[in-house]
Design a binder for this molecule. Structure first.
Ligand SMILES: [Zn+2]
Length: 252
């Protein structure tokens, strides 16, 4: 059975969840991780995980959702949420350098503080890194994320680089730090990602959809859902030339 290691399923209308879970199970996706993007959203992820035995929660503040520097109040709240028995991962945390994303220094502080919370509770981390060329021609989200992860020896926690985008060299740096590579639907079309998938060990690969409500897609049937983990798994199996059944998609 397959695991979707990263979704935001808690952000859907509650009336959608049963149908999505059934479609996931029909596609062989038995376990789903719901990652919180704010403290409130992390609470929603936990509430869903309390209701559904095959959903587990992640807690964290997404770098793009920071509205101010992370406070002691925030870290105390997350530290408390992380003790919940349905919380199995610190997520979503990371570094995001899109043009309108929050102050980079705030992001670095919040990422480091949340890695510390993961350490307090021995939780793996599933982290986000989004690169974008800035006005000065710099491309440094990955450098920033990798140096924080290395400085804090975060690899001891295990976890994955979520929605992996990048080439083989970058993938190797992530693996060297102790993390797995999490592929999502971009693997279906990106030659660069397919090359990475072919070259890294099968045990280094995990799968996800990063699914969240997509009202901008008028046709509801086209929204990405946890069931689509199967498409990504099929592509990995094809690239690796192994039967789908041998892909266990172990998380840590
Ligand atoms: Zn996400």
């Amino acid at each position: 059975m397959l695991i979707d290691i990263h979704t935001h399923i808690q952000q859907h209308d509650p009336s959608e969840v049963d149908g999505m879970l059934q479609r996931a199970i029909d596609a062989g996706v038995s376990t789903i991780f719901a990652a919180g993007t704010t403290i409130e959203d992390s609470k929603r992820a936990i509430a869903l995980a309390e209701t559904y035995p095959n959903i587990y929660a992640g807690v964290g503040i997404h770098p793009a959702d920071l509205e101010a520097p992370i406070t002691t109040e925030d870290t105390n709240a997350l530290d408390e949420l992380a003790t919940h028995d349905r919380v199995t991962v610190m997520s979503e945390i990371g570094i995001d350098h899109m043009p309108n994303s929050p102050d980079h220094h705030w992001q670095e502080e919040a990422f480091a503080a949340q890695i510390q919370i993961a350490k307090n509770h021995d939780l793996p981390i599933v982290f986000h890194v989004r690169e974008h060329l800035d006005d000065l021609g710099r491309l440094d989200a990955r450098t920033s994320a990798l140096s924080i992860l290395a400085d804090l020896d975060a690899g001891q926690l295990g976890g994955a680089a979520h929605y992996f985008q990048g080439n083989y060299d970058y993938a190797c740096k992530v693996l060297d730090l102790g993390f797995k590579i999490s592929f999502a639907k971009p693997l279906l079309r990106s030659q660069e990602l397919q090359d990475v998938a072919k070259r890294i060990p099968i045990d280094a690969i995990v799968l996800e959809t990063d699914s969240y409500p997509q009202p901008f897609k008028k046709n509801r049937a086209r929204w990405t859902e946890p069931k689509d983990t199967r498409q990504v798994a099929e592509r990995v199996a094809q690239l690796k030339n192994i039967p789908l059944e041998t892909l266990h998609n172990r998380f840590v």
